[in-house]
Every structure is written in structure tokens, then in C-alpha cells.
Design a binder for this molecule. Structure first.
Ligand code: UDP
Ligand code: MG
Length: 317
């Protein structure tokens, strides 16, 4: 029997926390009762710099029951960093950690399966969505496109897996050795290797409140995912450059011949078009290269990914 920590990043989740905490508490109590996990297992909420009462609720939960614990970040650091902060804190005490969203879209019924896989030898268990019935059309298509894109540029992703996963202490220790500042956990965890398995679950609707992932944050995550794991975009840029170069040589020969045979026409259109096109491609290419330089810049500075301002953990005994 092992100690389990559930790690839940929360950003402005005052609406769902009362319900989430209740359901998670029921779940963890049952698991303790049927001796699946030790009785010092905990539910850890990470407050990612919420602007609402999220942290107050977490403090209150901790006061009333020490099964709840809390990590308070000094400011909003993003879902991935908040989750990472929680994982790094939890690995100090836990044998197993399961990360999930505060809105309970990740079906907590799957936790039994997770544990079964863990006890039969898996060190990482990935939760994979079997259906996206409850997702909006918009969410479904963007997520699908993103998954496809990532896999096509060669990132080793588990299809339809988000951040609902179990990791044991060894996997977490390995994760802590990845020093990346631009975190994209879905891409990093598969790099750890170790023995893993996959558990399917149906994705629920948000218990309450609205998505904390507006389009901007989603694009940001996707872009981080792509540029932290693949240099394909830079290759594509180089490929573009090569093609344009070849075309320009052909054009040059053509122009010279036209000149020699004296049938030059005032080709304003072609000049204007190529000017704009090449200008555009150059700017785009510079932008992409700049993006990578920016990544290198933030990685070399090696700034902390998050800053913890409070920790509420009371160990049993
Ligand atoms: N979240 C966070 N920091 C942020 C944005 C989101 O910790 O800056 C948390 C949020 O509280 C939730 C999880 O990340 O527990 C997933 O967010 P959400 O459910 O809003 O995303 P969606 O399900 O719409 O992709
Ligand atoms: Mg959600």
C-alpha cells in the first residue's frame, strides 16, 4: 500500500472547489477504506495566483480537514507551471501522484484503473480521453488539430492525453531533472520512458464555472509545445529559403535570356508580387528564428518557473 497525492492546479476556481473537494474527498476516503492507498494520502490544491477566493477556500478546507493541503503560488504562472509546482511539492511525501483538473472534467472514476495499472508495475499511467462528446465543437477541433500537428512534426505525444496522469516517485524524480523553463509536460513526460500504460476515460463537462483556457492561453501552450520540442519549423523555413533561391536562379536565367533576345516587357506585376512575397517570407522566417532565440534566451536565464508563497501541509501523526 502506498501514499497517494492528488495534485490539482486551480486558477479562479471558487465556483467548482466546494464540489470538487467534496467529490475528491469521497473518492480518497473510499480508496483508503478499501486499502488501495495509505491513510496519509492527500488532496493537494495549487493556487495559481487566483484573483478570486480560491486560496481562502483552500485554507478553509485545510483547517477543517488535514486531508486537504495547499500550495500557494506568488502569482499566476500558468497551468503547466502550477501543476509542476504541485508535483515537485508532492513528490517529497508521496509514492504516487495523480494530476487532474479542478473542474473534474477528468473522470475521477478512472483513478481505480490508474491504481490497478500502478500496482501491476506501471510507473506512469496516462489518462486518455475515449470520447469528447461533452466538449464543444470548437474545443474538439482545436484539440484535434493540435494533436495532429504535434505528432506530424515529430513530437512524441500520447494522442488525446492531457494532464490527467499518474506518476510514481521515481518518474517524478526523473521529471525534476528536466531543467526546461518552457514547460510542456505532455511532451516531457513521455521522454522519461519507464514502464507506462494507458487508461481510457470519458471526459465530463465542467462541474461549474468557465474554462480558464481562453484562446490566447491555448495558442501559447500549443506554440510552446511546438517550439520546445521540434526544430521542424526552422527546417521548413530553410526549405522555403532553398526553394525560393532555386526559383530566383531560374528567374534570373529567364530574365537574362529575355534581355538578350530583346523581348522585355514592363513587368511591374511580377516585380511587385515577388517583392511582397519574398519580403513576407523573410519576415516570417525571421520571426520563427527569433522565436527560437527567445526560447534559448529564457532557458539560459534559467529563472524559477514558479515561486511558492505559502504551503499548507499537515502530516499525519
Ligand atoms: N489553470 C491554472 N492556471 C491557469 C489556467 C488554468 O492553474 O493559468 C488550471 C485550471 O484551474 C484547471 C486546469 O488548469 O484546473 C485546466 O483549466 P480549464 O479546465 O479551464 O481548461 P480546459 O478544460 O478548458 O482546457
Ligand atoms: Mg477544464
Amino acid at each position: 500500500m502506498d501514499t497517494l497525492y492528488l495534485v490539482i492546479p486551480c486558477y479562479n476556481e471558487e465556483e467548482v472547489l466546494p464540489e470538487t473537494s467534496k467529490r475528491l474527498y469521497e473518492k480518497i476516503s473510499v480508496l483508503i477504506e478499501i486499502k488501495q492507498i495509505k491513510n496519509d494520502s492527500k488532496i493537494m490544491f495549487v493556487n495559481d495566483g487566483s484573483k478570486d477566493k480560491t486560496w481562502d477556500i483552500i485554507e478553509e478546507l485545510h483547517r477543517t480537514n488535514h486531508v486537504f493541503c495547499g500550495v500557494n503560488l506568488s502569482k499566476n504562472s500558468g497551468h503547466q507551471n502550477a501543476l509542476y509546482a504541485g508535483l515537485m511539492e508532492a513528490r517529497k511525501y508521496a509514492d504516487i501522484v495523480i494530476s487532474l483538473d479542478a473542474d473534474l472534467q477528468d473522470d475521477i472514476g478512472a483513478i481505480d484503473e490508474f491504481l490497478k495499472e500502478y500496482y501491476s508495475g506501471s510507473e506512469i499511467v496516462y489518462g486518455v480521453r475515449s470520447s469528447r462528446r461533452t466538449d464543444t465543437y470548437y474545443k474538439k477541433t482545436t484539440a484535434h488539430l493540435f494533436n495532429k500537428l504535434m505528432i506530424s512534426i515529430g513530437v512524441d505525444l500520447i494522442y488525446n492525453h492531457a494532464d490527467y496522469r499518474l506518476m510514481n516517485k521515481r518518474a517524478l524524480d526523473c521529471l525534476s531533472n528536466f531543467q526546461e523553463v518552457n514547460l510542456f509536460l505532455r511532451g516531457i513526460v513521455p521522454l522519461i520512458g519507464l514502464r507506462y500504460s494507458i487508461v481510457e476515460y470519458a471526459r465530463n463537462e465542467r462541474v461549474a464555472g468557465k474554462s480558464k483556457y481562453p484562446l490566447g492561453k491555448m495558442i501559447h501552450l500549443a506554440w510552446d509545445g511546438i517550439t520546445s520540442f521540434s526544430i521542424k519549423p526552422i527546417r521548413i523555413v530553410s526549405g522555403f529559403g532553398l526553394v525560393i533561391f532555386v526559383i530566383s536562379i531560374i528567374a534570373l536565367i529567364y530574365i537574362l535570356f529575355s534581355k538578350i533576345f530583346g523581348n522585355t516587357v514592363p513587368g511591374w506585376t511580377s516585380i511587385a508580387v515577388s517583392l511582397w512575397m519574398i519580403g513576407g517570407i523573410q519576415l516570417l522566417s525571421l520571426g520563427i528564428i527569433g522565436e527560437y532565440i527567445g526560447k534559448i534566451y529564457s532557458e539560459t536565464k534559467n529563472r524559477p518557473k514558479f515561486i511558492v508563497s505559502d504551503i499548507l501541509i499537515t502530516k499525519n501523526e
